[in-house]
Design a protein around this ligand. Structure first.
Ligand SMILES: C[S@@+](CC[C@H](N)C(=O)[O-])C[C@H]1O[C@@H](n2cnc3c(N)ncnc32)[C@H](O)[C@@H]1O
Length: 335
């Protein structure tokens, strides 16, 4: 019989802290749900419209909530203020923080697009249900994600538009999958001029068909696994983390075919999560998005060596990390 491991009994102080931490870990989803509720009620935008700070009674009135809900709203706001979503300026008075600034809807602040779609998709019913199925999924010998196993379709399936529009809104965001700056190959030593840049956006037909032509961007309907339109540089932003390593190699191989040689200035620009344990509090976000990708897609978040391996397998000769933007890395990848 194997020897039993020696069990060190924690101190009373450690056990009390552990009990509080156990509640915290078990109930973290309450923060997610309170966060979703604040977004759905439109609290960040309402605080902004009320002049940047708002008292609870003002919020209740502006949101047209029943007055009896004020004490409940106080409890939600107190939790969200503790989590940094809002800040308090006085008793029962709240103001925006950088997190809630990202959630202003219908207000153009220096061209920052509202991130409400991300919150609503991440907390959508189909996604939460997939997460609840994680234990069953571990016990089954299946290849697809817990989302696919439970719902029978992938996150990107067209049926999601009807099943849960919140997921569809972010999974099929009309922003570019692969935006290609298609100026003719130029002297690599010359600096790019904005006016010479032509932009092509590749996405699936059902996404492209919904975008009105603007005469500026060339929208191309297609499949990045089959063909990426020729370009001087191809930009792939927050796309690859949804896909397995094998799929990433296939996508990047198509990108490589689309660009000229390294000597002629050809490159692929990849902007995606770069897992880095030294990135402080951002690292927890990197790991949370990684597990979200595991539950919702066949993708994952990658550290630098994972990215390097994929770039090499896709036939690229080298890469540079030109910037780290929060949890994201900006890579230039050379043919
Ligand atoms: C999460 S979005 C991309 C995020 C966006 N680039 C951004 O920065 O916010 C994923 C995109 O990949 C597109 N997509 C999925 N499969 C594709 C395929 N086979 N070919 C081209 N685009 C595809 C989706 O339509 C969607 O626009």
């Amino acid at each position: 019989m194997a020897a039993q491991a020696q069990l060190t009994v924690p101190t009373d102080a450690e056990l009390l802290q552990a009990q509080a931490d156990l509640w915290r870990h078990s109930l973290y989803y309450m923060t997610s749900m309170a966060f979703q509720c604040a977004v759905k009620l439109g609290i960040p935008t309402t605080i902004h419209r009320l002049g940047g700070t708002a008292s609870l009674p003002d919020l209740v009135t502006a949101l047209s909530l029943p007055p009896a809900k004020l004490p409940y709203l106080r409890r939600i706001m107190r939790l969200l203020a503790t989590s940094g979503v809002f800040a308090t300026t006085d008793v029962d008075v709240y103001r925006l923080t950088p997190i809630s600034f990202l959630l202003l809807d219908g207000i153009d602040v220096d061209g920052h697009p509202s991130q409400t779609t991300v919150v609503l998709a991440a907390t959508a019913r189909h996604c939460v249900e997939a997460a609840l199925g994680l234990t069953d999924w571990f016990r089954k010998d299946v290849a697809g994600s817990p989302f696919e196993d439970l719902h029978g379709v992938t996150l990107f399936d067209g049926s999601m538009a009807e099943a849960e529009p919140e997921i569809d809104a972010v999974a099929w965001t009309p922003s570019p999958t692969a935006a290609a700056a298609t100026a003719p190959p130029r002297d690599p030593s010359s600096r790019p001029s904005r006016t010479s840049i032509k932009c092509t956006v590749l996405d699936l037909p059902r996404v492209i068909d919904a975008i009105p032509a603007d005469g500026v961007v060339n929208y191309v309907a297609g499949d990045m696994f089959n063909l990426v339109p020729p370009a001087q540089a191809v930009l792939v932003k927050l796309v690859l983390h949804h896909w397995s390593d094998e799929d990433c190699v296939k996508i990047l191989a198509q990108c490589k075919k689309a660009i000229p040689s390294r000597e002629e200035g050809g490159k692929v620009i990849v902007i995606d999560i770069l897992v880095d344990p030294s990135s402080g509090p951002t690292h927890e976000a990197e790991l949370l998005v990684d597990v979200a990708m595991m539950i919702l897609t066949n993708g994952r978040q990658r550290d630098e060596s994972d990215w390097a391996e994929i770039f090499t397998k896709a036939g690229f000769s080298g890469y540079n990390i030109v910037k780290k933007l929060g949890a994201r890395g900006v890579f230039e990848v050379y043919p």
